[in-house]
Design a protein around this ligand. Sequence first.
Ligand SMILES: *Cc1c(COP(=O)(O)O)cnc(C)c1O
Length: 383
Amino acid sequence: MSTTDPRSIRISSDLLPADGRFGCGPSKVRPEQMAALADAGATLMGTSHRQAPVKNLVGSLRAGLTDLFSLPDGWEIVLGNGGSTVFWDVATFGLIESRSQHLVFGEFSSKFAEAAGAAPHLGQPTVIKCDPGAHPAAVAEAGIDSYAFTHNETSTGVMMPLVRPTGVDGDALVIVDATSASGGLLWNPADVDVYYFAPQKCFASDGGLWVAACSPKAIERINRIAASKRWTPASLDLKIALDNSVANQTYNTPALATLVMFEAQVRWMNEIGGLVACNGRSKKSSDILYTWAESRPWANPFVADPAMRSHVVGTIDLTAPADGGVDANDVCAALRANGVVDTDSYRKLGRNQLRVGMFPAVDPDDVSALTACIDVVVDALRG
Ligand SMILES: *Cc1c(COP(=O)(O)O)cnc(C)c1O
């Protein structure tokens, strides 16, 4: 066992990444986004969200996301306050008609299933579950009007392909939690009806907002449920959010700084080549991370199936101290003492693991530098 205080380990500055933020949300904010915020400081910040300057910003954001996802005509970008967690409640009121099916393969995917299961106005959902480290497959089922997927399970580093299950009711919606995937992973709008997320992951902004790209079929559902007069708290009412969003507004006051940084990131993503280029950066970063982990005797990618290994959130198991390895918490503490932060695993998963955010804002060269830093730290800890 090592007796070295991890915080005393020094990594030479030529090995350090240019930017040491590897969190999975909040995540690295690019300096250009902070500059956009400073620019907006004198004109936009502190002004009304009901007036043209902020409405134009929201309009630009909605148009930029429509471009980024290549959304067909009739889709709408809907937004509101509260983040993805609040969207689960929004969807429970405004998207699920009577029964949903949920694929559960980690902490985040379990939450929407719980919300639907607890709603007194809905039937009991079907939950298809598997152990952390993989994802289950959806099964067409009579009476299911909403299929709930998670594009990237942030707690485990598993991504799943978005494919509309065959044989489902023509009216059924595919509703996807894309909180950590959106902007970093590829998807086809033909296979999805609602793609929802928050801006603090691939979009490198702050939290507190939810965004949902909605297909024409989803909009029909929203309108139908609203017409049915189901009781819905106004702050969770998707029809109210939709009506405000198409007018480039939100139901209540949004955080303007979040919108400014979000919009700047979407513009950058479209400038560098859109979703394909963004996924290319994350894919390059994750190839670096997984190849490195496979080459170290004391490290291994947690996700066994290479096809399920996320491009945006990498999970790396370390050999336990008892077996000649090191404590992942010590590695994180040593990295943090050197300005390389938020490489911690998802606590409830309970593994001796590192978790690395590799969103498009992260430079693949910095992921490479991170692996060199981990090598130094592990050497030092093993003495
Ligand atoms: C981060 C995350 C959430 C929660 O997002 P909030 O905006 O904090 O509510 C939900 N789902 C997934 C997959 C996430 O990664």
